[in-house]
Design a protein around this ligand. Structure first.
Ligand code: KG4
Ligand code: ZN
Length: 349
């Protein structure tokens, strides 16, 4: 099976060709064109994003096909992110994918962006397959899931307010760092010692139990306010790195602790990370350390995507689509784009 994936939900225009079946899938090509224009505005401007996708989509797809050494006519299906995301941006990919699939006479498959992130790591690590505990941390979402099998997901926790990546971006702005802020904060934090500032670990108390609805949920808006207070009372130019370190420590500790709770409750032996924030090496390192402390050296394996597959990319979309296609779940030409949509495959409890 040869499948073309397309991703245009936010500010990356991406296309990728995959070949394979089951969990034996090879990435033949991956093109990711990041829209740098948004840096000037300190965040993604939806109208500009759609227009940039429109300019880029044809050459990006052509390049992905050329890199894979594949002709359009050799494709068996076309996959595209159709939710969630910026509707105008999603529509560029969805319209293009439907037109191409129609012209080729092959199925089109709409993919939920977060289900794509769930599959991303498996493209690099063959063992990053279910069952596992998943932590998806991106600019728009923070989800903790128990993944029993592909297509069978238990939603354990989510953010009550800001997503993890959003918290990185907002704190970066408070500290006068460029957008997107995650990599800048990670870099600064690595160069500074902990201890000069300390922020509370949000929604993390010893007396919580699995029946509590905040046992797995996270919340980062209070942490952001704490950073704001620190910024107001300190000399930011002198303390920027220490504040970045304290913020990142608090956010990472919270994510690691909540993930460990899920591993414990469901007895999984693998943790799979996904989303842009999973590109944060400190998060991955601390996750590994904690799992080793709790479950021993061979107890729980932690898998994280490399940077290209952590951030938005079309390979993960094609990979999730392959799974659905093999189950006979293709979309049709009525496929539409949606700003929000529940993750497919959710089990009720
Ligand atoms: O998954 P993604 O590419 O796009 C969304 O689906 O939202 O995630 C983008 C987010 C941004 O908020 C960015 O600041 C964050 O991922 N990010 C990072 C790092 N690299 C990207 N956050 C922390 N540390 C990083 N190294
Ligand atoms: Zn994403």
């Amino acid at each position: 099976m040869r499948i073309l994936g397309i991703e245009t939900s936010c500010d990356e225009t991406s296309a990728s060709v995959l070949e394979g079946s089951g969990d034996d899938v090879a990435m033949r090509s991956l093109i990711i064109l990041s829209q740098d224009v948004h840096r000037i505005f300190g965040g993604v401007v939806p109208e500009i994003a759609s227009r940039a996708h429109l300019t880029a989509i044809v050459p990006v797809v052509d390049r992905a096909l050329a890199d894979a050494n594949i002709m359009r006519g050799e494709l068996d299906a076309v996959a595209v992110t159709n939710a969630p995301g910026l509707v105008g941006a999603l529509l560029v990919g969805v319209s293009y994918a439907k037109a191409l699939a129609f012209a080729l006479g092959v199925p089109v498959i709409g993919v939920h962006h977060m289900e794509g992130h769930l599959f991303a790591t498996s493209l690099e690590a063959r063992d990053a397959v279910p069952p596992f505990t998943a932590l998806l941390v991106s600019g728009g979402h923070t989800l903790l899931l128990d993944v029993e099998a592909w297509g069978r997901y238990r939603m354990l926790g989510r953010t009550r307010d800001d997503a993890a990546g959003e918290a990185f971006d907002k704190v970066a702005k408070l500290l006068g760092l460029p957008y997107p802020g995650g990599p800048h904060i990670e870099h600064l934090a690595a160069e500074h010692e902990a201890g000069r500032f300390r922020f509370a670990r949000p929604m993390l108390r010893r007396d919580q139990s699995p029946e509590d609805d905040d046992y797995y949920d996270v919340s980062f808006s209070g942490l952001k306010t704490a950073v704001l207070q620190a910024v107001k009372s300190a000399d930011v130019d002198a303390e920027r790195g220490h504040i970045a370190r304290a913020f990142q420590d608090s956010l990472i500790d919270t994510l690691v602790a909540k993930t460990a709770r899920a591993v414990e409750q469901f007895g999984r032996r693998r943790v799979v990370l996904g989303g842009g924030v999973a590109g944060n090496a400190t998060l991955v390192e601390r996750m590994r350390e904690r799992m080793r402390e709790l479950f021993g050296p061979d107890g729980v394996a932690v898998f994280a995507p490399g940077r290209r597959l952590a951030t938005d990319n079309a390979a993960m979309i094609a990979r999730a689509a392959l799974f659905h296609l093999e189950r006979g779940e293709a979309s049709d030409l009525a496929l539409n784009a949606f700003a929000a949509q529940p993750l497919p495959g959710l089990l009720s409890a």
